[in-house]
Unconditional design. Structure first.
Length: 170
């Protein structure tokens, strides 16, 4: 773990100097979780890929403001999740949420994973984001609060409301 942290700090320093191999190393290290976070919030593979890529590019462009004493992953996830929430809200406003259409035509006895994803998709984006970060990406409530720049109480209440809603649906 300590070595991974040193490698990451070296990659960030190199990326700040414009090193393409260091940028690629950061991308390779963080792409799977960034894409997964975006997908779990937005529930659309193609859009999740776009969001994760755009977020990574935004992070690279903003590296001059990044505090190298902090880990890169949570900073990147904050960008990803915020962009995914924005995209989910925009989609919701346009009434293009494909999972809602999919869920109305679903069979009565869907597999549990599918039911879980459908219930997650019906949550408001802010509740969905904290549940994804907590239960699917393994962040603690304190880490979520720091990542999303929210009070810890807000994180806890969003977690509780989202989980209560999902429990009622499942």
């Amino acid at each position: 773990m300590a070595r991974a942290g040193r490698d990451e700090r070296a990659w960030v320093r190199g990326a700040q100097r414009g090193s393409v191999p260091d940028m690629e190393a950061l991308f390779d290290e963080h792409w799977p979780r960034a894409h997964r976070a975006a997908y779990l919030v937005i529930q659309d593979a193609a859009l999740a890929e776009d969001i994760a890529q755009e977020s990574f590019l935004a992070a690279i462009r903003s590296l001059d403001r990044f505090d190298r004493r902090r880990p890169f992953g949570p900073w990147l996830h904050r960008i990803v999740v915020n962009r995914a929430i924005d995209a989910a809200r925009a989609r919701s406003l346009r009434r293009e949420t494909e999972l809602t259409e999919h869920a109305t035509g679903a069979e009565e006895h869907e597999p549990p994973d599918r039911e879980l994803l459908a219930a997650l998709a019906r949550l408001p984006p802010d509740q969905r984001a904290v549940i994804v970060l907590r239960h699917l990406l393994g962040y603690t409530p304190g880490e979520i609060a720091r990542t999303l720049d929210l009070p810890r109480g807000t994180v806890n209440s969003r977690l509780r409301r989202g989980l209560d809603t999902m429990r009622g649906e499942l």
